[in-house]
Design a protein around this ligand. Structure first.
Ligand SMILES: Nc1ncnc2c1ncn2[C@@H]1O[C@H](COP(=O)(O)OP(=O)(O)OP(=O)(O)O)[C@@H](O)[C@H]1O
Length: 373
């Protein structure tokens, strides 16, 4: 897959969408030129070229409208964790709610599995939200008078699944999210993390094709939050379910995301893997955003390597191309020389102390020779 280190003016998100179609990966959500505008005569804004180029603030002053989502295009691939990240007010929730029309888009194209979501009638939409793309909310949405297992079974009950079957399924999900033994408790008798697990189990019970998470862990304390992030990664690894995950927390995005869409004022300023976002920021905004990330824990040796010189391709320890720099530092230190970067037995290049250090110290960035403060 091509990197996404283009400037914002080149609409990197749109280019990325085209890449996805080319590389033949199955697409779950396809979003093209999506807008959501709040305010008077909102539907006129997307086509009015006299205002579409304005900044968010200018647009508000001139028209009284807020473009919460602004000409956004991307694909969500089957089986990936797609993170929507950005500061408060950047448009994350609005964008993700548009996917199932919990918020009605103003204009643009939106498909799920090739089906036009904007053309769906109420019955199809209900089906979409209940069975195909289930949402896990920050505030859990648990029913206080029901037990854990009945809360988990709730979505199945709405679907009209029989009692015995939904009990069985609910118990299975309670086990899956690590709540075995707490089935009979009520939400008030659970910690925040446990309540969030109930919310997660409930969403999983209906076996949706996609799970949509709206800042699910932001109310949790840091240690429990970390646990839940690991839980999501584990569930994803076990089941390969497609997930769309909203967060304003960069560390969380880097931990759970296969790809990250970074939003600012309703636009996607960069869409890429954690390594692409951290290693090749599209502009100064993204560069600032990722400045404090420990690069050695995100970037891999593929990025750090240099061509092998005489004999180097045949000697020294071998590292897989996706080895993190932090792990490579140890291997290189132990070997005392260069290590080979291999992919399927082929030597792609080598890494030594100097090239690993260059990446950590940002000497590999677009501005050669400059070491970031
Ligand atoms: N119903 C609404 N009417 C008017 N403006 C709205 C409405 N909903 C959202 N907005 C505006 O749209 C922009 C994007 O809001 P949104 O909630 O999508 O951002 P967000 O990135 O999810 O923020 P947060 O992290 O704080 O939840 C904000 O400027 C917000 O004020």
């Amino acid at each position: 897959m091509a990197t996404t280190s283009a400037g914002a003016s080149e609409i990197p998100n749109a280019r990325k969408a085209a890449d996805a179609a080319e590389d033949g990966r199955e697409v779950v959500f396809s979003v093209r030129h999506l807008w959501k505008v709040f305010g008077p005569k909102a539907d006129k804004i997307p086509d009015d070229t006299s205002v579409t180029g304005l900044s968010a603030q200018e647009l508000r002053e001139r028209t009284g409208c807020t473009a919460a989502v602004r000409d956004v295009s991307f694909d969500v691939h089957k089986g990936e964790v797609f993170v929507v990240m950005g500061l408060s007010g950047s448009g994350k929730s609005t964008l993700v709610r548009c996917l199932t029309r919990l918020i009605e888009p103003t204009s643009g194209d939106l498909e799920m599995d090739g089906e036009d979501v904007r053309a769906m009638d109420r019955t199809a939409l209900r089906e979409l939200r209940r069975r195909r793309a289930a949402m896990v909310f920050q505030h859990f949405g648990l029913l206080p008078h029901r037990t854990v297992v009945d809360n988990v079974a709730y979505g199945l009950e709405i679907q009209g699944v029989g009692k015995a079957e939904r009990r069985e399924k609910a118990n299975e999900m309670v086990d899956k999210v690590g709540l075995a033994g707490l089935e009979k408790r009520r939400p008030g008798q659970l910690s925040g993390g446990q309540q969030q697990r109930v919310g997660l189990a409930r969403a999983l019970a209906v076996d949706p094709e996609v799970l949509l998470f709206d800042e699910p862990f932001s109310a949790l304390d840091p240690l429990i939050r970390r646990d839940m992030q690991e839980e999501v990664v584990r569930l994803h690894r076990e089941e390969g379910r497609t997930m769309v995950f909203i967060t304003h927390d960069l560390a969380e995005a880097l931990r759970v995301g296969d790809r990250i869409a970074l939003m600012r004022d309703g636009e996607i300023v960069q869409l890429g893997t954690p390594e692409e976002i951290v290693g090749s920021p599209a502009d100064d905004y993204v560069r600032d955003f990722v400045r404090d990330v420990p690069r050695e824990q995100v970037l891999t040796v593929r990025r750090a390597m240099r061509p092998a010189e005489d004999g180097e391709a045949d000697q020294g320890p071998a590292l897989a191309a996706d080895t993190l720099i932090s792990d490579a530092i140890e291997a290189v230190a132990r070997s005392g020389g260069a290590a080979r970067v291999v992919d399927g037995g082929r030597c792609l290049g080598v890494v030594d102390h100097a090239c690993l250090l260059n990446v950590v110290a940002r000497i590999d960035e677009d501005r050669p020779g400059e070491v970031a403060a």
